[in-house]
Structures are given as structure tokens and as C-alpha cells.
Design a binder for this molecule. Structure first.
Ligand code: FAD
Length: 356
């Protein structure tokens, strides 16, 4: 986003300000668990002109933790573009200002902003889906969600349930193997694994993006991506399969203080549960504008249709590094258009649609 604004002649810290509550560069990646590596399941697309900053993910090392590599690369990129990102600045509320722009409040009452345009590029890491299973508050063992996972050591010798059907859940199953006393994998639906069918995977990937876009345009909550794409049977996942780690159980029906009541009525004693249920866009600060990820927000081509001046970069169909360049380019152009003539929606095509 910032790169494309710079390319259009906007000056960092003069015409626009990037604020980030994270301690350093890397976005969500700096918080991912120590053992996560780039390579197998995790592929990151280069940001535009990243090579000019002297780095590319095409030959990123797979030995160091992904969080170290991504933080390092994004840090170099920020310095190369001289983005002057302000950290840590935690945005707590974005509301409409009387002048028609925005009032941006932060955790530090002395730091506020009043921009004409806000781009929420907040990602999802701060908003993991929470379990809604009966008895969840009664369970006496340890419970964490994906962002709280630090290392498998914390689960040494414990009887652990991993809940979820995506990449995070599979990663935890692998991490806990040989460390936890017992690991049981629960998912709501069976997980489809695709072996080597890269064309099918690409097609399913496109279908997932289409469904995300459809939901975003309609203002519905975003659907789960993995339920559309399934999981690729990468070499590490195939190894897990051979080791017998991929036996899922149907979701348990409720929790008791000591474990889970299974779908067939049986009981499983548990010491810990890792909830890897996916994420929602972290849109809490935008609540004063009537924007909520839970209820759904109407987003087309990266702009919030019902909130003039608000852009949501990385939302829905743009939510991966693959969509970042194209989404950022378009949004930078739309911001320039909106600042120029104040008309909303900002894209000519969207205006035609809105006009019927
Ligand atoms: C486990 C996991 C694995 C993934 N693997 C891949 C992968 O292999 N390849 C891929 O392309 N994508 C992957 N993704 C998707 C991932 O979301 C993107 O790679 C990328 O991190 C999205 O970038 P982003 O800038 O939109 O969001 P983020 O990286 O989440 O960055 C959001 C930034 O906004 C800041 N922020 C949020 N709220 C506030 C606030 N209120 N005030 C101030 N700052 C705020 C955060 O500090 C953060 O720096 C994965 C996601 C998960 C959860």
C-alpha cells in the first residue's frame, strides 16, 4: 500500500503516515511461533520492487525461523522506501470527524490523527476465532488460540486436543508429535488433502478468492478459505500422514472440567486444548464507523462501500501476500481519485455500478 502511494508521489510522514502497533517490521509474521519455517506450506510473494531493496523470498533461507526472515526482509524494504513507520502506535478507535474526515485515537491519548482517508491494513492475527463449544469456561486445563502458541515445550507430557482443519492446526499436530503425551485432532468437517494436483489446487485457490470477494461485496462474514481449497499434501504433511498423525475425530459436543464429551458419547480426558479456528479481520477499532468483521462489511476492490474515505487493504480476496501488490496499486490509485474529487465510491467502475 505504502509503496504504491510513494510511487504516486505521496511523501511518507508528510502526505501519509504509516502506524503500527507491532514492535518491529514483519506484520503478523514477527509473532509466528519459533519453529515455523518458510518453504513447505508457507510461501510468501515478494512485495513490489523488493529486489531493489536487495531481498527476494524466491531464495529465502528455510533454516532460520520464518518470523526472523520476514521481519528482516520487510525491515529492509521499509528502509529502502524510507517509509518512517511509527511504532508502536496502537490504534484504538476510528470515528468520523465533524469535518467529514476521520478522528483516529491511539492507546497513547497524546497521539491522535485526523486524516481524510484511512487505510485499515490490520490483518487478522489480533482476532483469532474463539470457541463456542458448551462448557468451554468450565474446562480446568490450559486453553490457547493460535497466536498464543509459542512452542510445543509448554505441552510436554500433556494430553492435548488440537481443534481446527487449517495449516495452523496441522502445524501444531506436527509440533506436538513426540512431545505431548497424547494428541487428538478434532475438526468440524473432514479435511480434503490434494496430492500433487497443482492445477486443481490453483483452480480451488481461484474459487476461494472468488467466494471471499462475493461475501465481501455482499457484506457477509468471510467464509473459511481452507473449506474451499482443502490442504495441499506437501512433503511434510505426507510424512505426517505416513506417521498416522492425520486421524481426525468429529468435533466433540461439549467440555467438562476434565475433558471432552465426544460426538459418540464417549469421554476423552484432556490437559490442554489448542484452538486453531482461523481468524477474522481485526476491525475492532473501526466499530465507531459501524464496521464489524463478525457481522460483515461491504468491501469492493479494497474500499468500504458504506464508509467514504475508508479503505481495507488485505481484506477478504486480498488477504495474502499474493494479492498485496495488485490490491495496493488499485487502492493507491483510488485514494488519489477520492482526494481529487471527493466522490465515493472512488473507482469509475464502482460508480457506474452504484448508479445502477
Ligand atoms: C498461520 C498463518 C500462516 C499464513 N501463511 C501464509 C503464507 O504462507 N503465505 C501468505 O501469503 N500468507 C499467509 N498467511 C496470511 C497472512 O495473513 C499474510 O501473509 C500477511 O501476514 C498479511 O499481511 P497484512 O499486512 O494484511 O496483515 P498482517 O501481517 O497481520 O499485518 C497487520 C499489521 O497491522 C498492525 N495492526 C493491526 N491492528 C492494529 C491497530 N489497531 N493499530 C495499529 N496497528 C495495527 C499489526 O501490528 C501488523 O503489523 C498466513 C496467515 C496465518 C495466520
Amino acid at each position: 500500500m505504502a509503496h504504491h502511494l510513494v510511487r504516486r508521489g505521496f511523501q511518507p510522514d508528510t502526505d501519509f503516515t504509516v502506524v503500527d502497533r507491532g514492535p518491529g517490521p514483519g506484520g503478523a509474521w514477527q509473532h509466528r511461533w519459533e519453529s515455523l519455517r518458510l518453504g513447505d506450506a508457507h510461501r510468501i510473494a515478494d512485495l513490489p520492487e523488493m529486489a531493489a531493496a536487495g531481498v527476494t523470498f524466491a531464495n529465502a533461507p528455510s533454516e532460520p525461523p520464518a518470523r526472523a526472515v520476514v521481519s528482516d526482509y520487510y525491515g529492509r524494504y521499509e528502509r529502502h522506501l524510507d517509509l518512517r513507520v511509527r511504532r508502536p502506535v496502537d490504534v484504538t478507535a476510528v470515528s468520523r470527524s465533524p469535518e467529514g474526515g476521520f478522528a483516529v485515537e491511539t492507546a497513547d491519548a497524546a497521539v491522535t490523527f485526523s486524516p481524510r482517508v484511512v487505510v485499515g491494513a490490520v490483518g487478522t492475527w489480533g482476532s483469532p476465532r474463539q470457541p463456542g463449544v458448551p462448557g468451554v469456561d468450565d474446562f480446568r486445563g490450559r486453553q490457547i488460540t493460535t497466536p498464543e502458541f509459542v512452542s510445543s515445550d509448554k505441552f510436554r507430557g500433556l494430553r492435548v486436543a488440537v481443534v481446527g482443519g487449517g495449516a495452523s492446526a496441522l502445524g501444531f499436530l506436527r509440533e506436538l508429535e513426540g512431545v505431548a503425551a497424547e494428541v487428538t485432532w478434532f475438526t468440524r468437517r473432514p479435511v480434503t488433502f490434494h496430492r500433487g494436483e497443482s492445477m486443481l489446487r490453483a483452480e480451488l485457490g481461484r474459487e476461494a478468492v472468488r467466494l471471499q470477494d462475493q461475501a465481501a461485496r455482499a457484506g457477509r462474514p468471510l467464509p473459511s478459505i481452507v473449506s474451499t481449497t482443502g490442504m495441499p499434501m506437501t512433503p511434510p504433511i505426507a510424512r505426517m500422514d505416513r506417521a498416522g498423525l492425520l486421524h481426525r475425530q468429529a468435533m466433540f459436543s461439549r467440555l467438562t472440567p476434565d475433558g471432552a464429551v465426544l460426538s459418540d458419547g464417549g469421554f476423552l480426558a484432556l490437559d490442554a486444548i489448542i484452538w486453531a479456528l482461523g481468524f477474522d479481520a481485526d476491525l475492532g477499532p473501526f466499530a465507531p464507523l459501524g464496521v464489524s468483521a463478525r457481522e460483515g462489511v461491504r468491501v469492493e476492490h479494497g474500499h468500504a462501500v458504506d464508509v467514504p474515505g475508508l479503505f481495507l487493504a488485505g481484506y477478504g480476496p486480498q488477504a495474502s501476500t499474493i494479492g498485496a501488490d495488485r490490491g495496493g496499486r488499485r487502492t493507491a490509485r483510488d485514494i488519489e481519485t477520492y482526494l481529487g474529487d471527493g466522490t465515493w465510491p472512488p473507482t469509475p467502475a464502482a460508480r457506474r455500478t452504484a448508479a445502477g
